[in-house]
Write a new protein. Structure first.
Length: 322
């Protein structure tokens, strides 16, 4: 359990009791015994009791099965509502998770305390999603996920990955423009852009080795693996600087929109000075002489990375990669 600077107590709950549900979602149909369903009820009861006993205000569900079974999520939400729980809870899922739920089901999630959901959207470029082997990701579902979460009062964070092998600037432009449009339509969306991290042993590692990357050769090298730092030999120099600037404009535009949402006077003045130029930059893909960044950073700290579990800003670790 942890407590942040505002005194909010957080807890993480890991539940791996539902492998049967995950198998069923994968196409293996099983008859779940009654005791498994009792485990669900026990988990809800235990979380509610612990939250009340220790005055926990936010629970992060670190559960590999919850995101694949929306019926289970609905059942958990109803249980928390019936128990009159007052804590907030968060979890990660794929965009098709909310798309399989009805609007009333999503409202139930929000009413039960779901305050944030994280999604690994990665990109909106069909080319990048194909080479990532994520053809199940659909742009229309990203829009629908944002819409449904909004009607439930749920904040969402879309994770974005840049620098994947085979990606070109046109793919980055498409992703940033599409995500900017999503953020324009739905106030509840934030973003966490990251540079691709080449973990040794992933399926495309043979390709990465041919591109100049090498796996650690000793335990010491494994311990010093530079996670969170950009080690991609194909994303350096001017190209990396340009990507960073593109991301700064993209994030500043979204954050200023949020910051001025509930302040009409501030909204009119800030948008008059920065809003139109920022949107023009993103639409036209022109980023030279970035005066908007110089001005914008005086009034708004750009958050480059967020937790997909809670949506909270992450520390400076890994900022080099963004």
């Amino acid at each position: 359990m942890s407590e942040d600077l505002l005194g909010v107590r957080h807890e993480s709950v890991a539940d791996a009791s539902l492998g049967h549900d995950q198998a069923r979602h994968s196409g293996i149909r099983l008859n779940l015994p009654p005791q498994v369903r009792d485990v669900h009820a026990h988990m809800r009861s235990e979380v509610t009791e612990l939250a009340e006993r220790y005055r926990i205000q936010e629970v992060a569900m670190l559960d590999s099965n919850l995101p694949v079974d929306w019926r289970r999520a609905r059942e958990i939400a109803q249980g928390f509502l019936d128990a009159k729980s007052t804590f907030r809870w968060t979890f990660q899922a794929s965009t098709d998770f909310l798309c399989r739920m009805g609007d009333d089901d999503v409202r139930l999630l929000g009413a039960s305390g779901v305050s944030h959901m994280g999604f690994g959207t990665e990109s909106t470029s069909a080319n990048v999603l194909k080479i990532m082997n994520k053809r199940h990701q659909r742009v229309d579902e990203m829009y629908e996920t944002a819409r449904k979460a909004m009607i439930g009062g749920i904040h969402v964070t879309f994770n974005l990955i840049f620098g994947y092998p085979g990606e070109v600037e046109a793919d980055r432009i498409e992703t940033l423009q599409t995500m900017s449009d999503i953020a324009r339509q739905f106030w509840n969306v934030s973003f966490s852009p990251n540079i691709f991290t080449p973990y040794p042993g992933i399926p495309i590692w043979p390709q990465l080795r041919e591109m100049g990357l090498h796996e650690p050769q000793s335990l010491d090298e494994w311990a010093e693996l530079p996670l969170g730092r950009n080690t991609l030999p194909w994303l350096r120099g001017k190209e990396l600087d340009r990507l960073r600037r593109m991301l700064d404009f993209f994030l500043l535009n979204n954050q200023l929109r949020k910051a001025t949402k509930d302040h009409p006077r501030l909204r009119s003045s800030v948008r008059r000075v920065l809003g139109a130029p920022l949107r023009w930059r993103i639409r036209s893909n022109k980023y030279s002489f970035p005066w908007e960044l110089w001005v914008g950073k005086k009034v708004e700290k750009i958050i480059t990375r967020r937790s997909l579990v809670t949506g909270q800003p992450l520390g400076a670790e890994g900022a080099e990669a963004c």
